[in-house]
Design a protein around this ligand. Structure first.
Ligand SMILES: Cc1cc2nc3c(=O)[nH]c(=O)nc-3n(C[C@H](O)[C@H](O)[C@H](O)COP(=O)(O)OP(=O)(O)OC[C@H]3O[C@@H](n4cnc5c(N)ncnc54)[C@H](O)[C@@H]3O)c2cc1C
Ligand SMILES: Cc1cc2nc3c(=O)[nH]c(=O)nc-3n(C[C@H](O)[C@H](O)[C@H](O)COP(=O)(O)O)c2cc1C
Length: 790
């Protein structure tokens, strides 16, 4: 049974609703225009209980009482007032304005207690690299809670300590029950079928310690022992003491014999290991037990008149340092929503609508950040100190080359210089990393931007025409270093649609050569061709007529690794026989020779997105029981045979890239571990660079889209398979391109839709960064032109 009064509140509140622009004012949080006709209403004399007296519960309680002293607001906390776990919490400067608006009194007291610093120190391989301009503040968690409790008491909140809640139903008569009971919330557990929590317990081990050493900056220490690599996140929270979080992989933790460690064992171990960094200071314990970080997510944050806030609703890894801020922001938004709505249920809906996007965005950043710390071994010792530091500072992908430059111009200048030196560029000042050249065999690309192959569905029997000339020609003029022509099929029956380009008829060669010659004659760009066979995704309509839908008439027979249709109503393909394999391989080889004749600079083989060669790679589409099915090495056997044959036919001076789907985003599909192994096999078979894409193997995949959503896949493959990579997927800003290149997450950045939107994307990016790119003679008058587009 849920708590009562969820529905009852509506009538109750409506009867008593009144204007809030009275003497008592209202808490901030929800913009007035988001509240519709309820704007200006609030509940009088509500009975509210916060279960949990952490930052979320206390802050919400004080805001409610502040909004209306007639409210009956109670905080129930199992601990004593002076008990707290952990040591300090840290806020970035940017987070604090919000607190000032919500409650000036607590804001002033918090700010007075702050230890403030601007620098981040990175201890790496015996050096300390310092980056400045970051603006953080820390304070003791105990101090924060004292401030909030004092303010609660001052306002008349009833705080009940040493009272453990076992069942929130005990507050069935309250108008609102707030589950502010932290990461192991009993409120969340009690109504789990409604909140539908998902708890992702991360593999690394960490322990929260303190120290009497006042670290002068926010400090990351990376240190190797005979057991493995240790990471420390340390920051000062008052004049004398610092938080010291020690983190490592489970394997290292086990090797160090810490599985049964008491708090004292942990302290002794860490004091010895970090004696130099602690300058002889002691470590402090406070329920300092080794744990795994749980990322908490809930499908819903409220049920009836029960609502979750703070860690009970969501967590974000401590490496992003925002759990307390998120908890307090929730409290502010919830109090604001209650002030703005005359109905608990509407208020709770508004609260979740306002908070969820921000929380999820932060959780995405926290996820990439925690993964960086889970996989630090990938970078440690392999990256030079400056690149390691840049990779660390931009790990969440939220901080970019551009905003790091605002914080710490000197560091970014050093990074740019380092990138330029690696690329043998000797200009002064060095270019932004995206404008450093990159070499693949004899092909030297003038920068790191690539136009992604994009089907235009505008050819007749495979022959490219004026559309392709203008489409590819204008993008080559736009400044990208490499333009890759769309998926071009090695046979008529290998096409996706009747409008796809091909390389199977003699007249295709001059038609393509006309485009290649234009690009070579009128731009600095190189041009590549993507060769493919559509497999089971063939014989379908043009994009705008119904993507992946079979043709209404004139379908041709399909082949694939196994006889599995793409959509339930798609044609069932024939499983390829060895004779089919020979024929298709020979088609690829013939098309390769034609592409060389047409003058293409690079060849890309399409092993991604569920087309023919991809259908062999994924276990979801390859159910063969011969030597071409089964383990990855067997599933890769035929695609590798094609690659080797193509490599032999393609001039040795020109590079080959292979585009892969590094994950199918579907259960039982290709995993990232498989993709790393595949990249190694591709490299051994003559692939010069892997284009790391994902998905499109099966129609019911669940891709995790978002900014740079495939870049972490590229990063992993590049480092673990030790192969150059191109990254593709939602890259739209030069800040991101610079960051990706400088951090070594890829060697080239491939932009598809951004180039449809703006063929001159690279020229515009150069202009915005004050970097001059050569213009065609016809356009030199642009030199004195200042675009004012914004
Ligand atoms: C190692 C580590 C480092 C962190 N560093 C930072 C940082 O630097 N900056 C930052 O902003 N955040 C940091 N956090 C996160 C931060 O501590 C939390 O996100 C924040 O405390 C969440 O606040 P909360 O009020 O939701 O929950 P909590 O602070 O967990 O408060 C919940 C309260 O509910 C009480 N409670 C629980 N169950 C019951 C019950 N059944 N009955 C009664 N009371 C109950 C608990 O005793 C507790 O007081 C860190 C977390 C960890 C683990
Ligand atoms: C219109 C269109 C056509 C595409 N055609 C191809 C193609 O021919 N070959 C290919 O590998 N990817 C193709 N893609 C996928 C893109 O190359 C790219 O991988 C994807 O759009 C993600 O990049 P983006 O976020 O920069 O758009 C196509 C994408 C679009 C939007």
């Amino acid at each position: 049974m849920i708590l009562q009064r969820a529905g009852g509140c509506t009538g109750f509140a409506k009867r008593h609703a009144r204007e809030i622009r009275g003497p008592r004012g209202s808490p901030p949080g929800i913009p007035p225009d988001a509240t519709g006709e309820d704007v200006g209403l609030q509940f009088p004399e509500m009975k509210v209980v916060s279960i949990g007296g952490g930052p979320a519960g206390l802050y919400f309680a004080l805001l409610m009482k502040k909004a209306d002293s007639a409210h009956d607001v109670r905080v129930v906390e199992r601990n004593r007032p002076d008990d707290t776990f952990g040591f300090g919490v840290v806020f970035s400067d940017a987070t604090l304005e919000h607190f000032a608006e919500a409650d000036r009194e607590t804001y002033d007291a918090i700010v007075e207690s702050f230890a403030h610093w601007d620098d981040i120190d990175i201890h790496y391989q015996g050096q300390v690299l310092t980056s400045t301009g970051h603006g953080f503040s820390g304070l003791a968690r105990q101090r924060l809670l004292d401030i909030l409790r004092r303010r609660c008491l001052e306002l008349g909140v009833r705080c009940e300590f040493e009272r453990e809640v076992t069942d929130p139903e005990a507050w069935a008569d309250a108008d609102l029950v707030v589950g502010a009971d932290g990461v192991n919330s009993v409120v969340r557990a009690r109504y789990a079928e409604h909140f539908r929590p998902r708890i992702d317990v991360r593999p690394n081990k960490f322990v929260w310690l303190g120290t009497t050493f006042p670290f002068p900056a926010f400090t990351f220490i990376f240190k190797e022992s005979e057991h493995g690599l240790w990471r420390v996140h340390a920051y000062r929270y008052n004049a004398t003491d610092s938080t010291f979080i020690l983190e490592t992989t489970e394997a290292t933790w086990r090797r160090a014999g810490l599985t049964e460690a008491t708090e004292d064992d942990t302290v002794a171990f860490a004091e010895k290991l970090f004696a130099r960094e602690l300058s002889g200071h002691r470590l402090l314990k406070n329920r300092s037990l080794w744990r795994n970080f749980p990322t908490v997510r809930n499908a819903r944050w409220s049920h009836g008149n029960v609502v979750l806030v703070g860690d009970a609703a969501h967590t974000a890894h401590f490496s992003i340092g925002s759990g307390t801020k998120l908890a307090i922001d929730d409290a502010i938004a919830l109090a604001g929503a209650l002030a703005a709505h005359a109905d608990v249920s509407a208020a709770l809906t508004a609260y979740e609508a306002a908070r969820r996007p921000e929380v999820e965005s932060l959780q995405r950043a926290a996820q990439v950040s925690l993964e960086w710390f889970e996989q630090t071994e990938r970078y440690h010792g392999r990256l030079e100190p400056i690149q390691f530091a840049f990779s660390l500072l931009t790990r969440s992908l939220r901080v970019t080359h551009a905003n790091l430059k605002v914080r710490d111009a000197k560091l970014v200048e050093a990074v740019d210089r380092w990138c330029a030196e690696r690329a043998s560029v000797h200009t002064e000042p060095p270019p932004p990393p995206m404008f450093t050249p990159f070499r693949l065999r004899d092909l030297v690309l003038s920068n790191r931007v690539v136009v992604s192959p994009m089907c235009q569905y505008s050819a007749e029997d495979g022959t490219p025409n004026d559309w392709h000339l203008v489409h590819l020609g204008s993008r080559a003029m736009g400044g990208a270093a490499l333009v890759i022509a769309e998926m071009t099929d090695v046979s008529r029956e290998g096409r996706i649609s009747p409008g796809c380009t091909g390389m199977y008829k003699p007249e295709h060669v001059p038609a393509w050569r006309r485009i290649v010659d234009f690009v070579h004659g009128h731009s600095r760009a190189a041009i590549g061709l993507q060769l493919a066979h559509a497999g089971r995704k063939g014989s379908t309509r043009r994009l705008w007529e119904g993507i992946d839908e079979p043709l209404p008439a004139g379908n041709w027979p399909l082949i694939s690794a196994s006889p599995i249709p793409f959509l339930p109503h798609s044609q069932v393909p024939r499983a390829m026989s060895r004779a089919d394999m020979d024929r298709v391989r020979d088609d690829f080889v013939r098309a390769t020779g034609m592409a060389a004749d047409a003058g293409f600079d690079l060849l890309e083989l399409h092993f991604a997105h569920g087309y023919l060669l991809a259908s062999f790679l994924s276990p979801l589409t390859n159910r063969r029981d011969d030597e071409y099915g089964g383990a990855l090495v067997d599933r890769a056997r035929y695609p590798l045979e094609v690659l080797r044959a193509v490599r032999t036919a393609w001039p040795a001076s020109r590079p080959i890239s292979v585009k892969i789907s590094a994950t199918d985003w579907a259960p039982g599909g290709i995993s990232l571990e498989d993709a790393v192994e595949l990249a190694r096999l591709l490299k051994a078979a003559g692939c010069d660079i892997v284009t790391v894409s994902a998905g499109q193997t099966v129609p019911d995949a669940a891709p995790a889209y978002g900014r740079l959503y495939q870049t972490p896949l590229s990063d992993r493959i590049r480092h673990e398979a030790d192969v150059p990579t191109m990254t593709v997927g939602a890259i739209t800003s030069h800040a991101d391109v610079n960051s990706i290149i400088a951090a070594g997450r890829a060697d080239l950045c491939v932009l598809a839709r951004a180039h449809l939107y703006d063929p001159y994307w690279t020229l515009h990016a150069a202009w915005e960064q004050g970097w001059e790119l050569p213009l065609p003679n016809q356009y030199v008058s642009l030199k004195n032109f200042t675009p004012r587009l914004r």
